[in-house]
Write a protein that binds this ligand. Structure first.
Ligand code: NAD
Length: 495
């Protein structure tokens, strides 16, 4: 059934005037899921005015009251897991099973966690002797913009809005135009939980709408998730207004398997690290460096596991590989597969579009593994954002560290070894914002998440996120009489 979706300003869905609309497709079937109203310049002004009013109320509300509202929102969100997961699966093409297990629970986790931190925000008091002291106030920034990518739409909306709101800010959120639906549901849930109108508004539209938010003088901060190129543009635009940005961008992350690794665990994890959400994950462990002595055993295990993954209708609970987000993206992924072949990589499994039966209407690619890869091959260097694993071999630690770090990206990295001291040594040398040891992909909300190098700026989650959404004001207090050097002539007689 086709839905009509508006945007969400001041506690309600808005679509009053005739507007430009765009469609949101289910990429697994090419059917229209919804027609969505694109906001106009006037609508953005409405969202900003509403957000200003929301800020006046929200920033002054006692922290415990804010926490109770956010906790109620987390409960409501969890209670609607089935409905939201299905909507997310239709909008993104990802397997329903994943949306149920990952997208919705982790979105609720973020609201719950930051609700709990709301009452812990505090400044400090510092004595400077008996007559002077200062204290600091941790103040909200004001109206923040959140701009999302299409791979984890609801999770991204919550990772951005929860810390922003917990710190007393308001947020205008723009989901990706490819996945506009669950952000509206989140806004409805916040309102139902008691969030004052205007504290969380959702605007819909393409990159121009995103850019208008970034360039809007009333918006104090931008938190962006998306590609490196767009992130750079966001940073340039934000710089003109001196506004801080948090950027969560792309990656090409190395997963390193040392010669003493438990091979079954490493193979299981490499498959998950590459094929979760059809590889449309920013932390995808797409450069798999395996010690040369393990290569054959590793490839055998990976091939067997990969070929068991069911490619199919995302709404079927058995499906593990759903549809890519769009035909355009599918063509990009297929082109990288072709380039890998031309460059001499050895195809172990997959390597083609899946068009069996009804899948022909969608954007399905078989999970693909290449061996005999070299660092210069296009599929090894570039972020593909699809189900393509490149396996490379190495002989010694120094070599693999150098090669792992020789990337413009620095989002995630991982090491598999039974020698835990060795793992920590390597983690300290890997240039990545997140390092996993004998694991891959876990992003608990308590753990700061952010990229090094071209992969981003700033952090989401954990206590670090609170710093991204507050500014510190120092208040110096003189209890006696200030010593004024400029007037000090050695004598105090005339003062
Ligand atoms: P994208 O950069 O094309 O779009 C992201 C968002 O930015 C969309 O909402 C889009 O409308 C908006 N936008 C486009 N131009 C803009 C502009 N000039 N100003 C402001 N907003 C603008 O990215 P995408 O294709 O939606 O997402 C895929 C990328 O996101 C991949 O590179 C992936 O690695 C990255 N990603 C990173 C993380 C992370 O946490 N590091 C998470 C998910 C996705």
């Amino acid at each position: 059934m086709i839905q009509h979706s508006g945007f969400y300003i001041h506690g309600k869905v808005c679509e009053p005037r005739p507007r430009k609309t765009f469609t949101s497709l289910n990429p697994a079937t090419s059917e229209t899921v919804a027609t969505v109203c694109q906001v106009s310049v006037e609508d953005i002004e409405d969202a900003v005015s509403s957000s200003r009013a929301g800020f006046a109320e929200w920033s002054e509300m006692p922290a415990a009251e804010k926490a109770r509202i956010m906790q109620r929102a987390a409960v409501l969100l969890r209670a609607r897991t089935d409905e939201l997961a299905e909507l997310e699966a239709r909008d993104t093409g990802k397997p329903l099973q994943e949306a149920l297990q990952i997208d919705i629970p982790t979105a609720a986790d973020a609201i719950e966690y930051f609700a709990g931190l709301t009452t812990t925000l505090h400044g400090l008091h510092h004595d400077l002797g008996t007559e002077q002291f200062f204290y600091t106030r941790r103040e909200p920034l004001g109206i923040c913009a959140g701009i999302g990518a299409w791979n984890y739409p609801l999770q991204i909306a919550c990772w951005k809005s929860a810390p922003a709101l917990a710190c007393g800010n308001t947020m205008i959120f723009k989901p990706s135009e490819l996945t506009p639906l669950t952000a509206i549901r989140l806004a409805e849930i916040y309102t139902e939980a008691g969030l004052p109108d205007g504290v969380f508004n959702v605007v819909q539209g393409d990159g121009m709408v995103g850019q208008r938010l970034v360039r809007h003088p009333a918006i104090s901060k931008v938190s962006f998730t998306g590609s490196v190129t767009t992130g750079q543009q966001v940073m340039i635009d934000a710089a003109s207004y001196h506004k801080p940005v948090t950027l969560e961008l792309g990656g090409k992350s190395p997963l390193i398997i040392l010669d003493d690794a438990e091979l079954d665990v490493a193979a299981d994890t490499a498959v998950q690290a590459n094929f979760l959400t059809q590889g449309e994950v920013c932390t995808q462990g797409s450069r798999v460096f395996v010690h040369h002595s393990l290569q054959d055993d590793f490839l055998r295990r990976v091939k067997m596991r990969t070929e068991k993954l069911v490619v199919g209708n995302p709404l079927d609970r058995k499906t593990r590989i759903g549809s890519l987000i769009s035909e355009r993206h599918l063509q990009k992924v297929l082109s990288y597969i072709q380039q890998a072949r031309s460059a001499g990589a050895k195809l172990i499994t997959g390597g083609h579009r899946v068009t069996d039966g009804l899948l022909a209407k969608g954007c399905f690619v078989a999970p693909t593994v290449f061996a005999d890869c070299t660092d210069e091959m296009p599929q090894v260097k570039d972020e593909i954002f699809g189900p393509v694993m490149s396996v490379l071999t190495f002989t010694d630690e120094k070599e693999v560290l150098n090669r792992a770090n020789a990337s413009e990206y620095g989002l995630a990295a991982g090491v598999f070894t039974r020698d835990i001291s060795h793992a920590h040594r390597m983690a300290s040398q890997l240039q990545a914002g997140v390092c996993w040891i004998n694991s891959w992909g876990a992003t608990p909300v308590e753990m700061p998440f952010g990229g090094f190098k071209a992969s981003g700026l700033g952090y989401e989650n954990g206590l670090e996120a609170l710093r991204q959404y507050t500014k510190v004001k120092s208040v110096y207090v003189e209890l006696g009489r200030q010593k004024l050097s400029i007037l000090d002539n050695g004598s105090t007689a005339d003062r």
